[in-house]
Design a protein around this ligand. Structure first.
Ligand code: ZN
Length: 234
């Protein structure tokens, strides 16, 4: 089966021109790509209304762990680790949505890297759909970095999107996380009211944007297809 360019799972190298300057940027040391879920979307026209109606597609859902001299930052947390224990995965109520599997837990991948949940200083999520915030509470002590517009967006039945007691920094726009220009949150609203992306400047690779669900498919980017604000993602 063909693998598709799901932009929530791939790094969009949109800022190559900045790559030269990246080598001088601060204390960012390394980026790890973690498997945070795999699935099958029932109908991808959810993300391109009127186009590809009824077409199914395999999906991947990544998390990204950044090692910076000042601490660890986790970008997105994927679908819940509990799905790993479900032999049939998690079936969506709506067959057009995504049927998720969890080949590996996030916790086991961190353990393999020798990183304890308590070591994670910052957890930043691109947005609050279930396939991105499924494991936020593995890190109850970590500072959440989330746009205020997303934090305040009422969830289903007006439920809060995060536990009120979870430490949080509510952002209003872009944020240079470590103050050295190496890791910058970019406000990219649209898919949800407070969607955000992450600009990382790696010592060797250069500048990359982790684009979350700002664009789902290469074809949507190429043809400038824009979705709507989604209350549910997968
Ligand atoms: Zn989403």
């Amino acid at each position: 089966m063909q693998r598709f360019a799901l932009l929530s799972a791939v790094i969009l190298a949109a800022l190559g021109a900045l790559a030269t300057g990246a080598a001088q940027a601060g204390g960012l040391e390394r980026l790890y790509i973690l498997n945070c879920g795999e699935g099958v979307a029932g109908d991808i026209s959810r993300w391109s209304p009127g186009v590809n109606v009824g077409q199914s597609m395999p999906f991947v859902d990544n998390c990204y762990l950044l090692k910076h001299a000042q601490g660890w930052l986790l970008w997105d947390t994927g679908v819940p680790d509990a799905i790993a224990a479900m032999p049939e995965g998690q079936k969506p109520a709506d067959p057009k949505a995504t049927h998720w599997y969890r080949p590996k837990t996030l916790a086991s991948q961190l353990e393999a890297l020798g990183v304890k949940p308590a070591d994670i200083q910052f957890v930043a999520v691109s947005h609050t759909h279930g396939d991105h915030i499924g494991n936020v509470e593995l890190f109850p002590q970590a500072m959440l970095l989330v746009q205020k517009a997303e934090y305040d967006w009422p969830g289903p039945n007006n439920a809060p999107r995060f536990k009120p007691e979870h430490p949080v920094t509510k952002l209003d726009g872009d944020k240079d996380v470590f103050g050295d220009g190496s890791v910058t949150i970019l406000a990219t609203p649209g898919h949800t009211p407070g969607h955000q992306s992450l600009l990382v400047k790696l010592p060797k690779t250069g500048a990359l944007v982790l684009s979350g669900d700002a664009v789902h498919f290469q074809a949507n980017w190429d043809h400038r297809r824009v979705g709507r604000v989604y209350h549910r993602c997968g």
